[in-house]
Design a protein around this ligand. Structure first.
Ligand code: NDP
Length: 315
């Protein structure tokens, strides 16, 4: 695209979850005139959850989509321009960052804040999609509380699954843990914790055939992939903990990432390896992954960007 057509902005924010909107609130109030591209899921992962009860400031809880509306309005109130489009391509090779939206619109930004988040991986079953938010969840910390005293299922065998299984075991009467192989990928210490927890039952070599229920989860039909034997497990919730995928592929040519493609930021900072590009939220965090921690790093990214622009004499 011809450079003459490119739009110049001080601060471009990519992504519209808690990290992106918090960055926008701070950037707008610092007179950085931010433009925020929402991506294809405006509001991010919280828009596919129901009640959020662990975000401070909402004593009675709040629906995830409603909370993200609050974030958006607050960002707009201070002058953030929100655009409901995807960013599809970037070029971070020069001092000024070049970015293209899905319509081919080119933006030249002095600073870029990345808050593109991560997406939970799902099994891909039709019944899983049908019962999403009706007992199917990818976040035990968010939704486990709704099933306290009940039996629940969790799928996965990595550190997340192990951690979430032990978390759920404290709330729920029983946790049925489905592991597709005859061993777990989780670290030894996490595995031991699972094995030592009395109300976690592990089903080795077990895969899910169907999540059962019409209006809410009532269990799952599972199959032992060694013996071919099918069985039904009765449970009120079905947690999927088979990993997340950070939405970072468009940055692959420019930004340092770990093996799982999470962006690497410098310690105690949101700076990436490219000057003027900052990363916040789940796109750079595979440990905490909470709305409140994402918002915290969004704030940090805006402050880092502001200092960067001020040092350059741009704002
Ligand atoms: P992982 O990729 O480590 O593990 C995913 C798990 O899900 C694997 O056991 C995998 O099985 C299983 N799985 C994948 N697809 C399916 C499927 N279709 N059906 C059934 N099971 C499936 O993801 P995590 O989210 O657990 O962890 C991501 C990273 O974060 C890791 O590096 C982990 O160590 C780290 N982490 C660290 C924590 C900590 O230190 N406290 C806490 C949480 C995460 P299989 O093994 O057969 O491939």
């Amino acid at each position: 695209m011809d450079n003459k057509e490119a739009e110049k902005v001080h601060c471009l924010i990519i992504g519209s979850g808690p990290a992106g909107y918090t960055a926008a609130i701070y950037a707008a109030r610092a007179n950085m005139k931010p433009i925020l591209y929402t991506g294809k899921e405006p509001g991010g992962q919280l828009t596919i959850t129901n009640d959020v009860e662990n975000y401070p400031g909402y004593p009675d809880g709040v629906m995830g989509p409603e909370m993200m509306e609050h974030f958006r309005k607050q960002a707009e109130r201070f002058g953030t321009e929100v655009r409901y489009e995807m960013i599809e391509k970037v070029d971070f090779s020069g001092e000024q960052k070049r970015v293209w939206s899905e319509t081919g619109h080119e933006i030249i930004a002095d600073a870029v804040i990345i808050s593109t988040g991560a997406s939970a991986r799902w099994l891909g079953l039709e019944s899983e999609t049908k019962l999403m938010n009706k007992g199917v969840s990818a976040c035990a910390v968010c939704d486990g509380f709704f099933f306290r005293g009940k039996e629940v299922i969790i799928v996965g065998a990595g550190d997340t699954a192990a951690e979430e299984a032990t978390y759920l075991a404290k709330l729920c009467s029983k946790v049925h843990m489905l592991v597709r192989r005859d061993e777990m990928r989780a670290s030894k210490i996490m595995q031991q914790r699972v094995l030592d927890t009395e109300n976690i039952e592990i089903y080795w070599n077990t895969e899910t055939e169907e999540v059962l229920g019409e209006e809410e989860v009532i269990g799952a039909r599972v199959k032992n992939n060694k013996t071919g034997e099918e069985s039904i497990i009765n449970a009120s919730a079905f947690f999927v903990a088979i990993g997340h995928k950070p939405n970072t592929w468009i940055f692959e040519d420019y930004l340092d990432m770990d093996d799982a493609k999470y962006l690497i930021t410098q310690p105690d900072s949101t700076k990436t390896n490219v000057e003027g590009v900052f990363a916040s939220g789940d796109a750079q965090d595979n440990v905490y992954r909470q709305a409140v921690t994402a918002a915290g790093t969004g704030c940090m990214a805006a402050l880092d960007a502001e200092r960067y622009l001020a040092a350059k004499g741009i704002i």
